[in-house]
Design a protein around this ligand. Structure first.
Ligand code: PGU
Length: 448
């Protein structure tokens, strides 16, 4: 046992060193000594390596530096209006006005697990108003620093309390998953998910890999609107996936960052999660309100751990506090209060669903406009996937050098895997994107 703990610690140190680009323990020690020797004129941080920009958020950094008036940022998954502007939802503004008007509000610390009303309503949003798991108090829910924070708390909890802290991630997946889990102490392995040939789900491959994964392994599933591919299983396929996972006593960990953004319906987008909870088995669910409430920078999210019984859920809740307290003590007040106000007020909730549907519909209309623009230009290739894929992103199939070409020649910014955020497009910018994609596909040289 002690040996296993030691090797887990050694693995974690190696992961940290690789992540922060620390060359090697010995080399660092040597250089540190040298640094101290010449302390008078050298920084004690002389050995710090230049880190590369983040593959997703770094796209915005590059975009911000570009002086071109025609530049277009389709990198980060953030909703923009037809005018290309960030959107603060009307219900969010109204909820904020209500909060400001409430004289009794203060800025005291919250409990370690956050806003209890928010937690209750957040669990209800994903699990459904009639969820027996909630009715029986089998769900431990904690407020988290958006989806990323929820995933990280989940990872740290699994590393400390789950016998098999190894997670299987879909290939490809959101780039941060590969960092969050190993750094949180959970080792990772891939499972097949996307088939580039069909630009669809590799269902057989996925089932084969899940069957081959160890009993009890943790399986990360995107609840809806898979990022980056926009490819989701059908309801029948979810049923097949559920059966395999349950037959092997594996532990599903749902990442739910786009509830309402896939179909425009909060309930429809919760289908997969609810089907797994309905079978009485256990699972983890991270939730983000970044996209569906447009609360990106407010960092509003939750981690739910669905357990078999109320006493287990209560003990899990107590341990989640021990994960959170030394990390950031307690979560921020404002964003969760906004989300709670929207979730608890019938009127605001209804208006939210209308605004959410409006965002989802605008994205779908961008899909049609881009598809039509590519058809008009006679761009070689099959572009049906632009219409078929779900959620914020289109996984275009463009390769790295085509992406580089589009950035260099057309000032269009996107992730190097060819993912574009449809939410960043507008009727005005579709022709520019279609021109760039066309030129990239036909192998145009420089525009100038
Ligand atoms: N999970 C998935 C699948 C996501 O796509 C994202 C955000 C998150 C979790 C975390 O979002 P929070 O903001 O922490 O709630 N992905 C976006 C946003 C940029 C980023 O990489 O964080 C994206 O563009 O992929």
């Amino acid at each position: 046992m002690a040996g296993t703990f030691m090797s887990a610690q050694v693995r974690r140190i190696a992961t940290l060193a690789a992540h922060f680009r620390v060359p090697s323990v010995a080399a660092t020690g040597e250089r540190r000594l040298q640094a101290f020797a010449t302390m008078a004129n050298t920084s004690v941080f002389e050995n710090v390596q230049q880190a590369p920009e983040d593959p997703i958020l770094g796209v915005t950094v590059a975009y911000n530096k570009d002086p071109s008036p025609s530049k277009l940022n389709l990198g980060v998954g953030a909703y923009r209006t037809e005018e290309g502007k960030p959107l603060v939802l009307d219900v969010v503004k109204r909820a904020e006005q209500q909060l400001v008007a409430e004289k009794s509000r203060n800025k005291e610390y919250q409990a370690i697990t956050g806003n209890q009303q928010f937690n209750k309503l957040s669990a209800r949003l994903i699990l459904g108003p009639d969820s027996p798991a909630i009715a029986k108090n089998c769900v431990a829910t904690v407020q988290a620093l958006s989806g990323t924070g929820a995933l990280r708390i989940g990872a740290e909890f699994l590393a400390a309390h789950y016998a098999k802290p190894q997670i299987f991630l879909p290939m490809p997946t959101w780039g941060n998953h590969n960092k969050i889990f190993p750094l949180g102490g959970v080792s990772q392995k891939p499972y097949r998910y996307y088939d580039p040939k069909t630009r669809g789900l590799d269902y057989e491959g996925m089932l084969e890999d899940l069957k081959a994964a160890p009993d009890g392994a943790v399986i990360l599933l995107h609840a809806c609107a898979h990022n980056p591919t926009g490819v989701d299983p059908t309801e029948e396929q979810w049923e097949g996936i559920r059966k395999v996972i349950r037959s092997k006593n594996q532990l599903p960990f749902f990442d739910c960052a786009y509830q309402g953004f896939a179909s425009g319906s909060l309930d429809k987008d919760a289908y997969a999660v609810r089907s797994f909870v309905a079978d009485g088995g256990e699972c983890l669910i991270s939730q983000s309100f970044a996209k569906n409430m447009g609360l990106y920078g407010e960092r509003v999210g939750a981690l739910n751990i669905v357990c078999r019984s109320a006493p287990v859920a209560s003990r899990v809740d107590s341990q989640l506090k021990l994960v959170i307290r030394p990390m950031y003590s307690s979560p921020p007040v404002h964003g969760a209060a906004i989300a709670a106000a929207i979730l608890e007020d019938g009127n605001l909730f209804k208006n939210w669903t209308v605004e959410l549907k409006g965002m989802a519909d605008r994205i779908i209309s961008m899909r049609h406009q881009l598809y039509d623009a590519l058809q008009e230009r006679g761009t070689p290739g099959d572009w049906d996937h632009v219409l078929k894929q779900i959620g914020m992103f289109t996984f275009t199939g463009l390769n790295k050098s085509q992406v580089e070409f589009m950035t260099r020649e057309y000032h269009i910014y996107m992730t190097s895997d060819g993912r574009i955020s449809m939410a960043g497009l507008s009727s005005r910018t579709v022709p520019h994107l279609a021109d760039a994609m066309h030129a990239a596909v036909v192998g145009a040289k420089s525009k100038v």
